[in-house]
Write a protein that binds this ligand. Structure first.
Ligand code: ADP
Ligand code: MG
Length: 313
């Protein structure tokens, strides 16, 4: 049986060239880029709540890091270093090798080094913490949306939620979005200086935009028809109620919702073209108490279904 220390060395001990000191001491040591501010976030994935016991471990390694990269994207930060705290029921080497492969592959693509963590026996739990950098004063916050700003969404919404709610209707792309989301890191970085606020869609468009509205003290009017929906939602087996639920309240898409002044439209469209990311203008920020009005093609209000809340009654 593999010891804890052997396990860490074998699966999570790869070199971390960007750190002064990586895995193996009591703490990792990094030197921040002069002039940068640090952005720090963590996300916890629990078996039975965020993933199922037999989910592909390679995809889990990807997702545990991807959800954290998405938080960096939403701040306009460049992700640099990650920590992994992991609880496992046993030292299953096939599982560990695949998990580490998925995590390191995504980390390499985004230039992130795994610099430490913690390992313990217990119900399978995956907790990554991430540290990123952003030029001083330029982070994209939730507070910052101003009346008159446009509301934008990247990519398409609802694919991951469809794959969760109705796997038989999900195409390969929707299934991939749920299992192994692609964080919008490059987009977040390019939006610095253009967006007035940003958030990533982890718990559903309506709820996550609601956080921007609450933090900014403004209201928004969004045209439902303008929301970019995942192609699988157009399948005949998906009715309008399910489609709405996936688009408005579906979590796990990890797209960015952001606001920007109309003067930034051309520059934002250029960013979308340069990155090959679809960017849709879906509504407007207005003066008023924080509230989201979603309207259909005739201007009639649509009641948004509730997004995900771990503690909702
Ligand atoms: P401590 O007793 O100080 O918690 P550990 O023995 O748990 O130290 O960890 C030894 C080293 O291994 C530390 O550098 C720690 O960051 C690293 N480490 C432990 N678990 C992991 C993991 N799952 N992924 C990456 N590094 C890990
Ligand atoms: Mg420890």
């Amino acid at each position: 049986m593999l010891s804890e220390f052997e396990l860490v060395r074998r699966y999570f001990g790869r070199a971390a060239p960007s750190a002064l000191l990586g895995v193996g001491d009591d703490a990792a040591i990094m030197r921040p880029t002069p002039g940068a501010e640090l952005a720090f976030a963590t996300d916890l994935l629990l078996e039975g709540r965020h993933f199922r016991p037999h989910d592909d471990p390679r995809a889990l390694g990807h997702k545990a890091l991807a959800v954290n990269l998405s938080d960096m994207a939403a701040m306009g930060a460049r992700p640099r270093w990650a920590l992994l705290a992991i609880a496992l029921p046993e030292a299953d080497e096939a599982w560990l090798a695949a998990f580490a492969e998925g995590l390191y592959a995504l980390a390499a693509r985004f230039g992130v080094d795994l610099v430490g963590g913690d390992t313990t026996r217990g119900p399978r739990t995956l907790c990554v913490a991430i540290l990123g950098e952003v030029p001083a004063g330029e982070a994209l916050r939730r507070a910052g949306a101003r009346p008159g700003d446009d509301v934008w969404v990247s990519g398409e919404l609802g694919g991951a939620a469809l794959a969760l709610a109705r796997p038989s209707e999900a195409d390969a792309d929707a299934a991939r979005r749920l299992a192994a989301p692609e964080p919008r890191v490059a987009l977040g970085e390019r939006l610095r200086g253009l967006a007035s606020s940003a958030i990533d869609v982890s718990d559903g468009f309506a709820q996550d935009l609601g956080h921007i509205l609450a933090a900014s003290g403004v209201r928004a009017r969004v045209r439902y028809e303008a929301l970019p929906r995942h192609a699988a939602l157009e399948r005949p087996g998906v009715d309008e109620a399910l489609r709405r639920r996936c688009v408005l309240a579906g979590g796990d898409d990890y797209e960015l919702v952001f606001t920007a002044a109309p003067a930034a439209r051309a520059a934002i469209e250029e960013v979308g073209r340069a990155l090959g990311v679809r960017l849709s203008r879906v509504g407007t920020i207005e003066i008023g108490a924080p509230q989201l009005a979603i309207v259909d093609a005739r201007g009639a209000p649509i009641e948004p279904p509730r997004g995900f809340d771990h503690f909702a009654a």
